[in-house]
Design a protein around this ligand. Structure first.
Ligand code: SF4
Length: 271
């Protein structure tokens, strides 16, 4: 493990000629590449990424599933008991030792009620504006003008009855991130290029935010720009940029990465 690593010694690129590029990319991959090319390489080219179920991810999945069922069945009763029941069902399958009881109580008594309130507020606004749910979990498979296959799944699509335009929804049960706006904007371009809908805007709905849901504020990307962003990870270099973007602190490859093993990213930045 290197004790002293000069920033200039860190290899900035890994030649991709010995590795196959990804057949398709998702927004999550594009976003990770923008934060650290090398982590992207480890997770998606070498395939080191392992899925780990946690209470927040299980609760998020339960919320997504319940909303889809609730809207498909055109229900109008309170959604909170359905969220709580679904989480209890998952809890029964996984076992309590899987999660801390305190965290589970927080999700059941605070997190899910907040999510149910925000969801009800959003639906009330939608009804007052004549916005109607029409589809859920639409899979996108779009080949960009640069030849990269882009994949994604839109949580929900609404139609604005006043002009027939679509609103793309992505439910989030975690914190706000700038990357979410980019995700919806790339989805908007893909949906329009695939000829599925004329899209008014993409809306990221932060269901557990005390301030409720948020509209996207990103200006519309052109097809050319969206295509370049999606094609970015294919450029064949995997730079160690985690040190610059703050990614290293959360990176599972810290122990083996020449940058991460140094442990003090500030040193690298000041060299
Ligand atoms: S430790 Fe930092 S530089 Fe290394 S792969 Fe992870 S995020 Fe990238």
């Amino acid at each position: 493990m290197p004790q002293h690593l000069d920033y200039k010694e860190v290899p900035l690129v890994v030649d991709d000629t010995i590795y196959a590029v990804k057949e398709h990319v998702s927004h999550g991959q594009v976003d990770l590449f923008s934060r650290c090319g090398h982590r992207y390489f480890k997770d998606y080219i070498e395939g080191a990424k392992a899925w780990e179920e946690t209470l927040p991810t299980a609760a998020g999945t339960a919320v997504h599933e319940v909303i889809e069922e609730y809207e498909r069945e055109r229900r109008d009763d309170p959604i909170l008991p359905l969220f709580q029941k679904r989480l209890r069902d998952v809890e029964d399958v996984e076992g309590l030792e899987f999660w801390g009881k305190k965290d589970l109580r927080w999700w059941t008594n605070k997190g899910l009620p907040l999510i149910a309130d925000n969801y009800a507020r959003l639906r009330a606004v939608e009804r007052s504006k004549g916005i109607v749910p029409v589809s859920w979990e639409d899979e996108l498979l779009w080949t960009t003008p640069h030849g990269q296959l882009f994949t994604g799944s839109v949580d929900a699509i609404r139609i604005r009855t006043s002009d027939g335009k679509a609103i793309l929804i992505d439910w989030k049960t975690g914190k706000q991130k700038d990357a979410h706006q980019m995700q919806l904007e790339l989805y908007r371009v893909a949906v329009e290029e695939l000829g599925l809908h004329d899209v008014a805007f993409g809306q990221v709905v932060y269901l557990s935010d005390k301030n409720g849901f948020a509209n996207t504020v990103m200006p519309h990307l052109s097809v050319e720009v969206a295509s370049k962003i999606i094609g970015h990870p294919r450029e064949g270099t995997y730079p160690y940029t985690g040190v610059l973007t703050g990614e290293c602190g959360f990176c599972p490859h810290r122990g083996t990465c020449p940058v991460g093993t140094l442990g003090d990213t500030n040193v690298l930045l000041t060299k």
